[in-house]
Ligand binder design. Structure first.
Ligand code: MG
Length: 457
């Protein structure tokens, strides 16, 4: 384009602007004087504090492990407004250091100087500007940024984040607790304990994921010195036989009132899961979680058509697009989003809203490797969306975590409550956080068969 062309286009644009505005002004009956008034910049009223532009000044990662098994990562976004910052959960316990590198060596430079208000634009820019996407490490970093920007927006508006998402659909967030045990009797006793504390939903596991309770057998691979010292043995046949018996024991011991959940944790063969779920129908589970590994999604149709047991799925999904096909086909009933894996509040809200159209409810992932900031983010969405299902809350904050994260969500009578302060309502004490350094000793997910073959979790 040469100079004359540019001048012509520029002049034409100005003419069109003047013409359009003049026409509108004519329709509205504005005089030349109040045309000038209309052209002056909009002056925000004093209550509209969020109208003042705010830029991102600095981004950093804060790491801490107040519960030793869980490396927690929090993104702190500082702004040009003195004292105004946001926090977001970027926790990826098993690969914490690469996430810290992504935040400090890339995200900070990418974001500094940008407008803190434009969350969707920032999310899209960060998501696609690396060209390749869907990686869990960058997704965790992005999630921390996204939640921190929502935290900032809430603080600027003087409102808790759930208000920005539409306000409350319920007074508090119903939780499910985790009842484990080495025997059927122990599981029954623990379910009763949680029922006594007001929980209406309890997840039951015998001897941990894939476990069968006490009487451990020394697997052949351990005897042969194969694999790592901390590798876990899973007896698949014993597990598949034990789960229906556990449900039977809990229904007999605890009655019909309590809702029961169970996590398969993606470890079994699809046909074995189908067989087991058919046996569980008589005990009316609230949901069976993660029945298939991400590598086995092509079995969804057969699984769904074989049983009436409701399913929860999605904590290993990295991308919101992975939810579309199962929702359209009604393959599962509850969305298991891990808030720092999917990229934060912005994408989680999109999936939640999509679920409303397919009668799929939320059941956000809420274990110990979600930071209290992430638990708060989960709870703000839980309060706001209509198609909320249940919230995983078997994890209770210890004293160290409460000291590191002032304003943690609180649990009472089986319900989770957020701090009603503006934003996510939670803070971080960086001096306290520094007392609990992160490490590379986080529990792994190396599970093996009797012969040492790795089982995918
Ligand atoms: Mg799970």
């Amino acid at each position: 384009m040469d100079k004359e062309d540019k001048q012509f286009i520029s002049g034409r644009r100005n003419f069109m602007k003047a013409f359009a505005f003049g026409s509108a002004a004519g329709i509205m009956g504005l005089s030349a004087n109040n045309l000038n008034a209309a052209a002056t910049p909009y002056e925000a009223p004093s209550y509209a504090k969020a109208m003042v532009p705010v830029k991102i000044k600095n981004i950093k990662a804060i790491t801490t492990a107040p519960s030793p098994a869980n490396n927690l990562i929090v993104v702190k976004v500082e702004t040009t407004e003195p004292g105004l910052y946001g926090l977001g959960c970027a926790t990826f316990t098993q690969r914490a250091f690469p996430v810290v590198t992504a935040i400090e060596k890339y995200m900070n430079e990418f974001c500094v100087g940008r407008d803190a208000d434009n969350i969707e634009d920032m999310w899209q820019a960060f998501y696609v500007s690396s060209y390749w996407r869907n990686g869990p490490v960058l997704n965790n970093a992005l999630s921390g940024l996204d939640q921190a920007l929502w935290d900032i927006k809430g603080k600027r508006a003087g409102m808790p984040v759930y208000q920005l998402l539409g306000g409350k659909s319920r007074f508090a967030v119903p939780l499910y607790a985790h009842a484990g045990g080495r025997s059927y009797e122990e599981v029954v006793d623990n379910v009763k304990k949680f029922m006594g504390q007001g929980f209406k939903h309890v997840r039951i596991q015998l001897g941990g994921y894939g476990g069968v309770g006490s009487s451990p057998v020394t697997p052949d691979f351990k005897a042969a010195g194969f694999g790592g010292e901390r590798d876990i043995f899973m007896d698949e046949g014993a597990y598949l036989r034990a789960v229906p018996k556990m449900f039977e024991a809990v229904r007999k011991g605890c009655g019909e009132e309590v809702e029961l959940l169970h996590d398969v944790h993606e470890r079994n063969q699809p046909m074995d899961v189908i067989h087991m779920c058919k046996q569980l129908e008589q005990y009316r589970p609230f949901f069976i979680e993660d029945p298939l590994s991400p590598e086995n999604t092509s079995w969804w149709k057969q699984l769904r058509e074989s049983t009436t047991v409701p399913f929860a799925m999605g904590e290993l999904f990295n991308n919101i697009n992975e939810f579309v096909e199962p929702m359209v086909n009604h393959y599962f009933d509850f969305i298991r989003i891990h808030i720092s894996q999917i990229g934060g509040i912005t994408p989680a809200m999109k999936v939640a809203r999509l679920g409303e159209w397919f009668n799929v409810r939320t059941a956000w992932h809420g274990p110990g490797d979600v930071s209290p900031v992430g638990h708060a983010a989960n709870a703000h969405i839980d309060l706001a969306v209509w198609n909320f299902g249940i919230q995983e809350g078997g994890y209770f904050f210890n004293e160290n975590e409460k000291a590191v994260f002032p304003g943690c969500p609180t649990c009472k009578d089986g319900y989770l409550y957020v701090n009603e302060a503006p934003g996510l309502g939670i803070d971080i004490d960086e001096k306290e956080a520094a007392k609990f350094p992160i490490h590379n000793r986080a529990p792994g997910w190396t599970v093996r068969r009797y012969d040492g073959t790795i089982i995918r979790p």
